[in-house]
Write a protein that binds this ligand. Structure first.
Ligand SMILES: O=C(O)CCC(=O)C(=O)O
Ligand SMILES: [Fe+2]
Length: 334
């Protein structure tokens, strides 16, 4: 039931049939949960297939995203990203620099020399009274945009709940242990567009990438990519390895807060987006992806999950508030 989606340089990313967890018998559920946890403990990344998201539905969401990015720049700038606390709205190319650096001045220098070649729209939990979403006006091609994205947000929220249940089963704690951390859905749906780009952009500036090397911040990220390629994951030998797109799968990676929460039992692995494997033309076509960044409820206090340490002295980290942690991390990259 399990095979490797990626196997290179000591990095093995398993491809796991999630239907075996969602609909399987108790043994299949346990076996699948173990494979998921093992993937997060070793690679920090897994590929899931057998998801309750059909291929037609996924195509519809990607098409709706592409329509959004076709809007004129001024229109997109009218609902732009404003603050780490809100973390909602449009970011133009060059706005965010994903990086492993945390010093604000260092990030600025890097952004100026090699800005990320991407634009994005962040959609947070709808109905958060202090931070309304920044929706584009619904007219022309964009009629139905909000409904599509909110429905997708919700489906991904359910998937987050189920993946965390699988992790709980893998860890041998109560299956519902994380439910009180995932029920609010303080998650961010990020539509990403990497515009087409001339190949020589990457040769003229060897530091140029589509999205810089970074780890994600929250619990897990559900990443839906198109068929272009370019996503790479850092292997134990330090080499970036292609995480090649596989149709109808979702790449799931653990974030820094889950690594911390699990007392480093689970890994949050560095990844980036570079130019896709070579094609004949001198232009790399556009790439679209959709990342759903999951977080424990912003109000929750995050301290080592039971079973991830034996004695008190083995706890590596202080407890921390989930929402504050995220704001701290976002402040460094925008
Ligand atoms: O576009 C992708 O495939 C990856 C994006 C990503 O890693 C991120 O936005 O955190
Ligand atoms: Fe990422």
């Amino acid at each position: 039931m399990e095979s490797a989606a990626v196997k290179s340089e000591g990095l093995v990313i398993p491809l796991i049939d999630f239907a075996q967890f969602l609909k399987g018998n108790p043994e299949q559920r346990k076996e699948t949960a173990n494979a998921i946890l093992h993937g997060f403990q070793t690679a920090g990344f897994i590929y899931l297939k057998g998801l309750p998201i059909t291929s037609d539905y996924r195509k519809h969401v990607f098409e709706t995203s592409a329509k959004y990015f076709r809007l004129p720049t001024e229109t997109k700038m009218s609902h732009c990203w404003t603050s780490p606390e809100a973390n909602r709205g449009y970011s133009a190319p060059g706005r965010e620099k994903t990086t492993t650096l945390t010093d604000i001045d260092d990030v600025k220098k890097l952004r100026d020399s090699a800005p990320d070649l991407k634009e994005s729209l962040e959609i947070g939990r709808e109905g958060e009274p202090n931070h309304p979403n920044h929706w584009p006006e619904e007219k022309g091609e964009l009629v139905g945009f909000k409904e599509t994205m909110l429905e997708f947000h919700n489906k991904c929220k359910e998937l987050h709940i189920e993946v965390m249940r699988a992790i709980a089963v893998g860890l041998g704690i109560d299956e519902t242990w994380f439910d009180g951390f995932t029920d609010i859905g303080d998650n961010t749906l990020r539509l990403l567009h990497y515009p087409e780009v001339k190949k020589d952009v990457f040769t003229i500036n060897p530091g140029q990438v589509r999205a810089g090397a970074h780890s994600d911040y929250g619990s897990i990220t559900l990443l839906f990519q198109d068929s272009r390629g370019g996503l790479q994951v850092k292997s134990p030998t330090g080499v970036f390895v292609d995480a090649t797109p596989i149709e109808d799968t979702c790449v799931v990676n653990a974030g820094d807060l889950l690594a911390r929460w699990s007392n480093d039992n689970i890994k949050s692995t560095i990844h980036r987006v570079v130019e896709p494997p070579s094609s004949d033309s001198d232009i790399h076509p556009a790439r679209y992806s959709i990342a759903y960044f999951c977080n424990p409820n912003f109000k929750s206090y995050i301290e080592a999950i039971p079973g991830t340490y034996t004695a008190e002295k083995d706890r590596k980290y202080e407890g921390i508030n989930s929402g504050q942690y995220l704001v701290q991390r976002l402040t460094a990259t925008y």
